[in-house]
Design a protein around this ligand. Structure first.
Ligand code: NDP
Length: 405
């Protein structure tokens, strides 16, 4: 029987644990481990009550490679699903190599002291995972994750050549709170306040943060203002689809959210540089995280839908083709099923499916892989099966073609 170790008991960890627990034949015994074991215990109790399944729990500091390797070894994990924070990626990868387990995560490694989203640190593990005969699957959330698989599906079934990609991400959920982030506030704010970046004609172009915006009509949601951001999947997608002349990422934000963020930035609360405080030091953003609502607690409050997809232009049989592929998720339905809101759900379900692909051997290949390097078909079939149905449409024209960044 297989053994699955999930690390991280936040909103995403909750969804991964719920989803894996429903597939005993794939994931076998499940151990949910995190820094604060009481959070694992609360999730385990909920799974026992809702699904009648018992999972094990443990405390672990995933920054500590030896402790994490020892946990992997003593439990006998075949795979580790890392849904802690991006800071832990390398230490958990090292622990997997040391103890002989496959690895899956949902966000690329970030050093604590610089908000830098780059795959170089994790891609450097390619040879080590190859030599160990282990698979490391990177970025198996929604974006990155499903959006990469959508692109691979489009390349396989709809296009001879992809020329442009716009990833559009809308969270139209409302929680009634003046300001809250829908996943880890520190990671979320680091991402949004960074300079925008997009791929054009073989080079990265930069923009000021949240300076380029347009309106997009999202299916089942309606028109929403969205802004150009840098997002990590652009790095791997531009490498793996070199025909693309342009790749961009857009995310929706309400005016109120942006006003709060601007004020917090202006007073220095989003800074990650330590400052002296009462004889010690604090990092303003870490303090801000401590006073903002825990995203894991937003499930019961959040209503509305998420809609995330890829708008692609390319060529097929010598003709230009425009295409859109997307998923819509309802926050309240996600909460009923797992006790988490839609953003945790849309991240946790692909993390479960990615791990399933590896355990079932469909995506098991020694080395370090981004999602678009794997066959999209079984993953796309499982998205329909496990709560993230997708839709696709050929468009008469590309609605974002005229938007210049
Ligand atoms: P949370 O902050 O809610 O949860 C993170 C969990 O990791 C917490 O339980 C935390 O423990 C635990 N943790 C933090 N540090 C350690 C450590 N050193 N050792 C062990 N456990 C640790 O985050 P989310 O659930 O919202 O997000 C989880 C991951 O998913 C993040 O990496 C995020 O970037 C990623 N993500 C990816 C998306 C995608 O689409 N690809 C979208 C959204 C999120 P404690 O409770 O003690 O702090």
């Amino acid at each position: 029987m297989k053994k699955t170790l999930i690390i991280g008991a936040g909103g995403v960890g909750r969804v991964v644990a719920h989803k894996c627990a429903q597939l005993h034949e794939v994931f076998g015994d499940i151990l949910l481990a995190s820094r604060t074991v009481s959070k694992c215990d609360a999730i385990a109790a909920d799974i026992r009550e809702k699904k009648g399944v018992t999972i094990k729990t443990a405390a672990v500091d995933a920054d500590d490679v030896a402790a994490t390797a020892s946990l992997i070894r003593s439990f006998g994990a075949d795979i580790v699903i890392n849904v802690a924070l991006p800071y832990q990626d390398l230490s958990i990868m090292d622990a997997c190599l040391e103890a002989g387990a496959h690895y899956v995560d949902t966000a690329n490694y970030e050093p604590l002291d610089t908000a830098k989203f780059e795959y170089k640190w994790q891609w450097a593990y390619q040879e080590k995972f190859q030599k160990a005969g282990l698979t490391a699957l990177l970025g198996s959330g929604f974006d990155p994750g499903a959006t990469n698989v959508f692109c691979a599906h489009a390349a396989k079934h709809h296009f001879d050549e992809i020329l442009s990609l716009d990833i559009v991400d809308c969270n139209a959920g409302s929680n009634g709170l003046p300001f809250a982030t829908n996943f880890n506030p520190e990671i979320n704010i680091r991402e949004i306040t960074a300079r925008g970046r997009f791929w054009k004609d073989g080079a990265w172009q930069e923009t000021d943060p949240i300076s380029v915006g347009t309106t997009f009509d999202f299916p089942q949601v309606g028109p929403k203002k969205m802004y150009l951001l840098y997002h990590e999947e652009l790095e791997s997608l531009s490498k793996h689809f070199p025909s693309a002349r342009q790749m961009r990422f857009w995310m929706t934000f309400s005016d109120s959210y942006l006003t709060h963020l601007r004020v917090l930035e202006n007073v220095g609360m989003t800074s990650i540089k330590p400052i002296p405080f009462k004889g010690g030091e604090i990092v303003p953003l870490e303090f801000l995280k401590a006073v903002l609502p825990d995203p894991g607690s937003l499930g019961a409050l959040t209503k509305g839908k998420t809609c995330i997809g890829d708008v692609i232009t390319g060529t097929k049989d010598g003709k230009t083709k425009h295409y859109f592929i997307w998923n819509v998720c309802d926050h309240e339905e996600c909460f009923r099923e797992t006790g988490a809101q839609g953003v945790s759900y849309t991240t946790g379900v692909p993390a479960m499916i990615g791990a399933k692909m590896v355990l079932e051997g469909k995506w098991q290949r020694p080395g370090v892989w981004n999602m678009e390097q794997c066959d999209p078909d079984p993953f796309m079939a499982d998205m329909n099966r496990y709560g993230l149905p997708w839709h696709e449409q050929v468009l008469p024209e590309n609605p974002l073609a005229h938007i210049e960044a």
